[in-house]
Design a protein around this ligand. Structure first.
Ligand SMILES: Nc1ncnc2c1ncn2[C@@H]1O[C@H](COP(=O)(O)OP(=O)(O)OP(=O)(O)O)[C@@H](O)[C@H]1O
Length: 275
């Protein structure tokens, strides 16, 4: 579905040259929910923008459903971290959610159905007439998710979408993403710097190195498909996986290989190979 091959991104300008992403290669299968996790500043946002066609790679290529990405691909929706900036404050919630649908050339009646359905999916059926600033941060982020859903994307790209909400709201939104992923059979690429969030949400976790970024390891999350904030996070396997990823991230920050004991943990034997 999604193929990232030899992706490199160098920012140049004002006499500075920053190699944000060095050489990234990985694939995401159709209908997979994959979390990308890495140290702060390792180029996660840069990578996601390249995948979403918002930024041109310096080298390498991104393919989506077999087509090379050279601009925002149809069928792809973004949810960003900064919901406050991604919703238009002067537009009501329903209008915000329906805005991208205008590009699809749908009838007004069909747009109304999609907007209502998306708001219902995120538990905000009653909020269509409100302005974003009348809602809490968590509700605003649910509006941003509804806007992405209304577009009926095949691929949902999420860039640290819950970084700015409180812990309880975050847990609810994590469960919302897993539910919507299952119900709508979307491919989801979810970027986070939060290790627990990556392991809780993902069917697979791709761990990135520090910048300039490469894939450090990929591991399959062999937790039950039905996840629960209490039971899953208390499971020994959850602890094992998060400890392993934590070790990788710490080693990435130091620029060293992970400790031998940690590397020996039986993890991700069925993971796709890192190419
Ligand atoms: N437009 C830009 N111009 C120049 N440098 C940039 C630009 N955007 C990002 N960078 C640099 O590229 C590197 C990676 O940044 P990026 O935002 O992609 O990382 P990140 O992993 O998403 O960060 P964080 O975890 O803090 O959100 C950083 O060194 C950053 O300063």
């Amino acid at each position: 579905m999604l193929d990232v091959r030899g992706l490199k991104k160098v920012y140049e300008g004002s006499g500075r040259r920053i190699e944000a992403v060095r050489d990234l290669t990985f694939s995401v299968a159709a209908g997979e929910l994959v979390c990308l996790v890495g140290p702060s500043g390792c180029g996660k946002t840069t990578l996601l923008k390249c995948v979403g066609g918002l930024l041109e790679p310096t080298a390498g290529e991104v393919f989506l459903a077999g087509r090379k990405v050279d601009g925002p691909p149809p069928g792809t929706a973004f949810v960003f971290q900064e919901y406050g900036r991604s919703l238009f404050p002067w537009m009501r919630v329903g209008a915000n959610v329906g805005l991208p649908l205008r590009r699809k050339g749908l009838s007004a009646a069909r747009r109304r159905v999609l907007v209502a359905d998306a708001l219902e999916s995120v538990g905000l059926a009653d909020a269509a007439g409100a302005h974003p600033w009348q809602l809490s941060g968590g509700m605003q982020q649910r509006v941003a998710i509804a806007r992405a859903l209304a577009y009926e994307p095949d691929v949902l790209l999420m860039d640290e979408p819950f970084a700015a909400v409180d812990a309880q709201t975050r847990a609810d939104l994590e469960d919302l993403v897993r539910r919507l992923w299952r119900e709508r059979s979307m491919t989801v690429l979810f970027v986070t710097h939060d290790i627990d969030e990556a392991v809780y949400l993902g069917e697979r976790v791709i761990v990135l190195s520090a910048s300039p970024t490469v894939v450090r390891e990929q591991l399959r999350v062999d937790l039950p498909r039905e996840r629960d904030q209490s039971a899953t996070r208390a499971a020994p396997r959850f602890a094992e996986l998060r400890t392993h990823v934590y070790g990788l991230i710490q080693a990435a920050k130091r620029g060293t290989a992970p400790a031998a004991r940690d590397a020996a943990v039986d993890l991700g034997k069925d993971s796709p190979p890192v190419r």
